[in-house]
Design a binder for this molecule. Structure first.
Ligand code: NAP
Length: 269
């Protein structure tokens, strides 16, 4: 089974990016600027934001994280987003999700200038993506596309089954695979007989958030397995695929950690 090593490709892409940033800085007179708004103290979000902060600094991007209290008001957050929209030294704005309870996620994400929406969650950007006019796609599915391309995984005419229908992974993943001429099925918690559906899939993308949920014996011989899930268990981080026995059936798979996760950050930058 071929390991689709996201860590290695992410390092390669980040090195190329650092060169691009250095050249851009000389031309533009400043480094590109990325500001992250982190409200509350969700430990997983704090870890993700620290990784983004470190990776941005390494690439020479001017990164700023505004760490805000969980009880920040919607108006205060809106005012901060508007100030960043108007700030010419800020090229990218990211509101870290999930937001603390009581804050209207749609309202706040909609307030970001679509041209600074690095996550690609603004309805202008997600709508444009579905009309094949997208300038920016959500980082996780876009990172997966880079990884598939790096490993020359054939997509045209292949049956891809995506398990999970979130706005940040499943739905944009479907469009990106469709653009590369895959035949796409999206499965979710109401899908009947998932094992049979997966038994016909050439490519399986799992974005469920349940440790070891997808069993190797559900899969077709030669399937390509993309594991988006990040699940913290006692022994550390695991994905949504049951790793045991996977190498007997799959042609290729992304490990967790070291697969999709690092590609998400590299693609964001
Ligand atoms: P989400 O919004 O919670 O979506 C989970 C999806 O799984 C839902 O569509 C749900 O169906 C579906 N599902 C739940 N139980 C199922 C079942 N028994 N059979 C089939 N489908 C089922 O999650 P998300 O934000 O997309 O994230 C998914 C996972 O990916 C999480 O572990 C998250 O931490 C991880 N993640 C990783 C990265 C990365 O960079 N590696 C990025 C983003 C997310 P319904 O819609 O019917 O409820």
């Amino acid at each position: 089974m071929e390991i689709l090593d996201g860590k290695a490709l992410a390092l390669k892409r980040r090195a190329a990016l650092a060169e691009w940033v250095a050249a851009h800085r000389d031309k533009a007179g400043r480094a590109p600027g990325l500001t992250v708004l982190l409200a509350g103290d969700d430990p997983a979000s704090a870890t993700y934001v620290r990784s983004k902060e470190k990776a941005a600094a390494k690439a020479g991007i001017q990164g700023e994280v505004q760490r805000l209290p969980a009880d920040i008001s919607e108006n205060e957050l809106l005012a901060r987003i508007e100030a960043l929209n108007a700030d010419e030294t800020v090229d990218g704005i990211l509101v870290q999700l999930p937001l603390p309870q009581g804050l209207d996620e749609d309202l706040l994400l909609d307030a970001i200038d679509p041209s600074k929406d690095v996550d690609g969650f603004h309805p202008i950007n997600s709508g444009a993506l579905w009309q094949q006019r997208g300038q920016v796609a959500p980082c996780t599915p876009q990172g997966i596309m880079h990884l598939l391309a790096e490993h020359s995984i054939e997509l045209s005419g292949q049956h891809a089954v995506i398990v999970g229908r979130s706005n940040i992974v499943g739905r944009p993943m479907a469009e990106l695979l469709l653009q590369q001429h895959a035949t796409v099925t999206i499965a979710h918690s109401r899908t009947r007989d998932l094992p049979s559906l997966l038994g016909g899939a050439d490519i399986v993308v799992a974005a469920v958030g349940r440790p070891g949920f997808i069993q190797a014996n559900w899969l077709k011989e030669g399937a390509v397995c993309i594991d988006v899930g990040i699940n913290r268990i006692e022994d550390g981080l695991v994905g949504d695929f049951e790793w045991q026995g996977l190498d007997q059936v799959a042609r290729a798979a992304t490990p967790v950690p070291g697969g999709v996760g690092p590609m998400t950050i590299a693609t964001l930058l």
